[in-house]
Design a protein around this ligand. Structure first.
Ligand code: NZQ
Ligand code: ZN
Length: 389
């Protein structure tokens, strides 16, 4: 187990009706906030009205900034920074999914920063100060509600880039699994794929031995595999959503990184897909991850065998690790397909004409390899994208 320092400061309010505590939770920090949300699902579901009532009853004043798009854009972040500065706002309540939360994180870091907020996403600067942030989560997926990351797309250049900082953990996050019940099936599936991908990114490590976190990751994967199909169906239950929502948070809140170094190459490749083709993040991951797995499995075939046997219940072929490992990868593909997800780029209508460009943007022409389990240079990224076509 590697040395580690672990702290996750986000306070979680979990369960039915918890959004009615939004005002109370916010008023600990501020009475003058930015209410940030997306394209309107929160109005349709009635969540907006409940949050407003809760803010009012706690005497919190708000300014609204709606319109966050999936794969959130830099231009709206800039608008949010301007509003917060003009109105002396020192806290943001993000009501929505990973995109709304990531946009809010960017605004929170950008308000006190004198330079350009995009500096954080280009690695030119690190946030040193942020304004406060709370969230009401409406889709279990990205884990941003309790992560230190934010991912923003700069329209110019179609660049989707991440930024991580200890200061970006939200102060609190409200998780009511009932709120996910209005999600369309495609978004449900994308969320399940994303949280599974967060677990795989951590599982594939060269840190050794890491038995406890291996088994913790496997437990979360098994929980998602068990409950994922239930939340895809009519008649989805609170109990199944509760398992899925908490799994999504646990998958990405840092606890499963303890003592091990994760990979993250597949996420970096996916950012290039989302940057150019604006695909849903989880859908992009489903189209890439199995191919990455096949490409790198010989780095540590025993680890792939372990995953196949323990998580996918594959019968181990003691004469062929490769056969067992491949059966596990196939089980993953079948699972994602059973949720209605494509496991190839062509299944997402992504043509093959910009693979080279994506590989170059991802790994640099020569000097910016991605991934930790196996370092991926441009030629490797290109090979994986070609396999995924
Ligand atoms: O905009 P609205 O109208 O709210 O609709 C959204 C959006 O169209 C809709 N939706 C959300 N909750 C709903 C709902 N529709 C009906 N009922 C509900 N309860 O779903 C659509 C997708 O929302 P989005 O926020 O984009 O989804 P998700 O949570 O999957 O977030 C994806 C973003 O998070 C980033 C991704 O790259 C992507 O940009 N990630 C952030 C991470 C982090 N900060 O730690 C880690 C992840 O790896 C990921 O990269
Ligand atoms: Zn992700």
């Amino acid at each position: 187990m590697d040395n580690f320092i672990f702290r996750n400061p986000t306070q979680i309010y979990f369960g039915k009706g918890m959004e009615n505590k939004a005002g109370e939770a916010v008023s600990v920090y501020s009475k003058n906030i930015l209410l940030h949300y997306g394209g309107g699902s929160i109005k349709k579901s009635g969540l907006y009205d409940r949050v407003i009532a809760s803010l009012k009853s706690s005497g919190v004043e708000w300014t609204e900034l709606a319109g966050v798009k999936p794969n959130p854009r830099l231009s709206l972040v800039r608008e949010g920074i301007k509003i917060c500065r003009e109105k002396d706002i020192d806290f943001i309540l993000a009501v929505g999914g990973g995109s709304v939360i990531d946009s809010a994180k960017a605004i929170a870091a950008g308000v006190p920063y004198e330079g350009d907020v995009w500096d954080f996403y280009e690695g030119k600067a690190q946030p040193e100060e942020v304004i406060g942030l709370g969230t009401v989560l409406t889709i279990p997926a990205a884990g941003s509600e309790s992560s230190n990351g934010t991912v923003i797309t700069k329209e110019e250049g179609q660049l989707k880039r991440p930024c991580g900082s200890e200061l970006l953990y939200p102060d609190f996050s409200i998780l009511n699994p009932e709120l996910a019940m209005t999600l369309p099936p495609f978004q449900r599936a994308c969320g399940v794929a994303d949280m599974m991908a967060h677990l795989f990114e951590r599982y594939f490590t060269n840190s050794y031995p890491v038995e406890l976190t291996d088994r913790m990751i496997e437990a979360v994967l098994k929980t998602i595999i068990h409950n994922g199909p239930s939340v895809m169906m009519d008649g989805d239950t609170y109990d199944a959503w509760a398992e899925i929502m908490w799994s999504g948070t646990v998958a990405h809140n840092g606890s499963l990184d303890t003592g091990r170094l994760g990979d993250w190459g597949s996420h970096q490749m996916e950012h290039e897909l989302s940057g150019i083709y604006d695909v849903a993040h989880g859908a992009g991951l489903a189209a890439l991850f199995p191919h990455w797995m096949r490409y790198v499995m010989n780095q540590d075939i025993k680890r792939f065998v372990q995953l196949a046997v323990r998580v996918w219940n594959v019968d181990q072929n003691f004469k062929s690790d490769e056969e067992t490992a491949l059966a596990g990868i196939e089980a993953l593909e079948q699972f994602w397909q059973s949720l209605g997800l494509a496991t190839t780029l062509s299944g997402l209508d992504i043509p093959g004409d910009r693979l080279e460009e994506m590989a170059g943007k991802c790994a640099g022409e020569t000097d910016n390899p991605q991934g930790q389990f196996v370092k991926l240079y441009k030629k490797d990224v290109l090979a994986i994208l070609e396999m995924a076509l």
